[in-house]
Ligand binder design. Structure first.
Ligand code: ATP
Ligand code: MG
Length: 334
């Protein structure tokens, strides 16, 4: 049994208005974050991960708007207005570039203390003490509180951004690509730290990443996005162990394992579609080695078996397709 969802995203649609038309960056995404779990949101660049997370936080770019769908936190619907009250206290966000959550002209300590005092109502002394505690929590020495962001390494900056996000003891942390620019050793240190924090603070977490090996290493659940839609989701062991969507099968071949430098990587040729176009059928079809004529027509239908969702029409044949997907030759044809 899945714990009850802390966050539920239903049929979310996010549109950006541009001079060349409407970009449907998130186009009907549904997923949930169960209490106390780490959910990986994974997919290639441009598939709508950041947009989805920013929409949940109510901090979309100015030309973006929610065109449909619902976001519920603890069973209550939230919108751009009501997220304000939840921000930091209940739901905290580490943006895609840690640099953008840290101001270069103030010391890191001063910034964390500011959050604690302005948003948390802490006294100056309490904020100072709590900032030191938060630094210790993320594995930084409190002597570094007096440093400026540029004096930190990339990994330290991520830790500081995470410390700041945790300042007001949120129950949900949304972290957007927190380890992407870091080397593999530092990546693992940060992921291990996040896992420890999640257990110690009983946090729920959304981990945004384009790297499926990060999901395999850290997450309990995974939501695979493609071109603004969720194409597969479920428990990590199930989805990554026995993927039912060819896109997930392809992603699995395209990333090195975080724990071993094994196997040759097989890329998925081509790229995602233009999200300004009207798209029908399966959006992965043009790149899919298993495409059939029916795949490109009609609406997508989700098949859910044992908490494992896929939108592939051929999911009944998943075992056969999965075997074929392990052969690099399968992916050369497309
Ligand atoms: N402010 C904006 N105006 C117009 N289009 C946008 C805007 N922000 C994002 N997009 C488009 O929306 C789509 C989704 O972008 P988003 O940043 O959410 O993707 P992502 O999955 O986070 O990618 P990445 O892995 O590169 O961070 C892309 O096609 C992107 O070009
Ligand atoms: Mg992004």
């Amino acid at each position: 049994m899945m714990p009850r969802p802390l966050l539920a995203v239903e049929d979310l649609q996010i549109h950006y208005a541009t001079r060349d038309g409407t970009v449907r960056a998130v186009d009907g995404a549904t997923f949930a974050v169960p209490e106390g779990r780490i959910v990986g949101l994974v997919g290639e660049s441009g598939c709508g991960k950041t947009t989805a997370v920013r929409a949940i936080m109510g901090v979309l770019a100015e030309n973006g708007r929610r065109a449909g769908g619902r976001v519920c936190f603890r069973d209550r619907p939230i919108d751009a207005g009501s997220t304000r009250a939840l921000l930091w206290r209940e739901i905290a966000y580490v943006p895609q570039s840690a640099m953008s959550s840290l101001d270069p002209v103030y010391t890191v300590g001063a910034q964390i203390e500011e959050v604690l005092r302005k948003r948390g109502g802490a006294s100056r002394a309490a904020a100072k003490a709590r900032a030191a505690e938060l630094f210790e929590l993320v594995g930084l020495s409190d002597r570094r509180l007096v440093d400026y962001p540029h004096q930190f390494s990339g990994g330290m900056r991520q830790r500081a951004a995470i410390a700041m996000a945790l300042a007001l003891e949120p129950s949900l942390l949304l972290a957007d690509e927190p380890v992407t620019a870091l080397d593999v050793i530092v990546q693992r240190q940060i992921l291990d730290m996040l896992r420890t924090l999640q257990q110690r603070l009983k946090l729920s977490m959304v981990m945004v990443t384009h790297d499926i090996s990060v999901v395999a290493y850290l997450c309990d659940e995974v939501v695979v996005m493609y071109a603004g839609q969720v194409v597969e989701s479920g428990p990590v062991r199930e989805v990554l162990g026995r993927p039912r969507h060819p896109y997930t099968m392809g992603l699995r071949n395209a990333f090195p394992d975080l724990l071993s430098d094994a196997m040759a990587l097989v890329p998925i040729h081509g790229g995602p579609p233009d999200l300004r176009e009207t798209l029908t059928g399966c959006r992965f079809a043009p790149r899919c080695p298993f495409v059939q004529p029916a795949c490109t027509a009609g609406a997508l239908a989700a098949d859910v078996t044992d908490d494992h969702l896929t939108t592939c029409r051929r999911s009944a044949e998943a075992d056969t397709l999965r075997t074929a997907a392990l052969d690099p030759g399968t992916w050369q044809r497309v």
